[in-house]
Design a protein around this ligand. Sequence first.
Ligand code: BTN
Length: 251
Amino acid sequence: MFFTNLFQSNLKSQFIIKKIEYYPATESTMSDLWELINEDNSHVLVITDNQKNGKGRLNNKWHSKPGCSLTCSFSLNKVFLNEQFNLHAILIPVAIIRAIKKLLNLEIKVKWPNDLFYENKKVGGILIESKNKQQVLNIGIGLNVNEDNNDFPNEIKNKTTSLKIIKGHPIQREPLLAFIINEIEQKIKSLDSKKLINIWQENCIHINENICFKYQNKMISGIFKKINLKGQAVIEYENKHITYDGPIDFI
Ligand code: BTN
């Protein structure tokens, strides 16, 4: 069970979260959030202990184990200008990496744009959807916290891990989520795009590595160089630098 009181006692948020909707079970916190904000419930955090039909990026399903995973959604008002819109997708993983480092002294890494990794295994993911001509962003965070290896479906077992597996002991989800929200709020207050990009790059698992990406309707491989000031990936391909904001795969 997720204890909202324990979460709130660790939360320093002044503007992101003003209300918490805890559901023991639901289909997807992302769908719930869309419904709630349509009823003008901004600044609400939706959290569940049992997400039965989680949505991942690129129409994938997101698996979570009841009572073990962290599955939540909340909305944010746009903080970067239109041409830097992509930086929202950089800020969230950077804040999560920082929060996990502060709370658990653990170095989580990032794969473009915002997959959370530990030693080549995925530990969490972020889904960002937007409305009102991108004035509001709905953020969904899925983190594997207290799962054991056998809890993951066979097809992802070898490429997935949890914070409990990494640390060797169970982790309380409530302070973890509070640290994450506090860190997101702090990053928004101090809004420093260069610093965010630097932290993202320092923690990226594929800088200067060969990756695959879809370009002009075909899959090609190139070298992932960096993130530019607009928050786009810069990829070296046939001696040219291409800017890109779609998904990538490892070779
Ligand atoms: C990814 O594919 O890496 C992103 C996964 C995002 C999953 C989270 S879990 C909470 C929220 N509700 C959903 O249905 N999806 C997001």
